[in-house]
Write a protein that binds this ligand. Structure first.
Ligand SMILES: Nc1ncnc2c1ncn2[C@@H]1O[C@H](COP(=O)(O)OP(=O)(O)O)[C@@H](O)[C@H]1O
Ligand SMILES: [Mg+2]
Length: 242
């Protein structure tokens, strides 16, 4: 198991955002994490990526216990995330933003020096369909370009696992199709993906397995075809799109 989440609970004051949730992601797998607003999906991404600091339970990545490690350390190990609310660095161009991602990434092939990082950033921008936007200021990009930039920044860190938190939300139908194609291409590079998305179409097309959260509890976990035909899971799942 590449990512192994065991019995994770997160408490915010009196609110239990996650309650004893366990699940895993295998190498090369696409796992969908779904559930209504407030179910605890982003909290799980925060816990796994180290953004929360403390949680109960155990999270291991590539057989290392990463509970309590700093996000930068976890990213170096090859686990990176995108943010639901994209906040591109003001004043930086798209290529500069992705070059930063390349400099702070993982792996033995980590580029040394800015020119090498910039060459990697150029390749990743091309992969994400953003070559034409390379020289544009991040904060002038449209919604679809920002989502792609966020994915490109994460990919430049050469992850083994990427956590995509609602990376397709707010996009139109053809942009979503392009996003699906991009996510598939990421997997073809051997990168495992944990994807949070409300749209059934996206989950049905992309996910190998689906984990359903509701009010901090895991209520379903199985092959996508099974979960998408489970009435209880579906009722809660569709609650998200209503
Ligand atoms: N930093 C925080 N402080 C306090 N409450 C939080 C914090 N982050 C999330 N929550 C609460 O935890 C619950 C789960 O939130 P979240 O994980 O963002 O849900 P989802 O991503 O599934 O919509 C919500 O009730 C939310 O208001
Ligand atoms: Mg969320």
């Amino acid at each position: 198991m590449l990512l192994d989440v065991q019995d994770v609970s997160v408490q915010f004051g009196g609110l239990r955002a996650l309650n004893g949730v366990s699940f895993g992601v295998q190498e090369g797998e696409i796992v969908g994490l779904v559930g209504p607003n407030g179910a605890g999906k982003s909290t799980m991404v925060n816990a796994v990526s180290g953004a929360l600091g403390r949680h109960r339970g155990r999270i291991s990545f590539a057989s290392h216990d990463i509970s309590g490690l700093a996000p930068s350390r976890i990213a170096e190990m090859g686990l990176v995330r995108t943010f639901q609310l994209v906040q591109p660095f003001r004043g930086l161009t798209a290529i500069e933003c992705v070059t930063l991602g390349a400099l702070y990434g993982s792996g033995t092939d980590r580029p040394t020096g800015v020119p090498a990082a910039r060459r990697l950033a150029e390749q990743v921008l091309a992969f994400a369909g953003l070559s034409a936007a390379a020289g544009l200021a991040c904060d002038t990009l449209n919604a679809s370009q920002r989502r792609r930039l966020e994915i490109a920044r994460a990919l430049a860190a050469r992850p083994k696992l990427i956590l995509l938190d609602e990376c397709l939300s707010g996009l139109n139908s053809s942009e979503i199709d392009q996003g699906i194609t991009l996510v598939r291409a990421i997997r073809e590079r051997g990168i495992a993906i944990l994807i949070i998305e409300h749209m059934v179409r996206v989950m049905a097309t992309l996910a190998d397995r689906i984990v359903v959260l509701d009010r901090g509890e895991k209520i379903a976990d199985g092959p996508a075809a099974e979960v998408l035909t489970d009435r209880r899971a579906l009722g809660i799942y569709f609650g998200t799109t209503a």
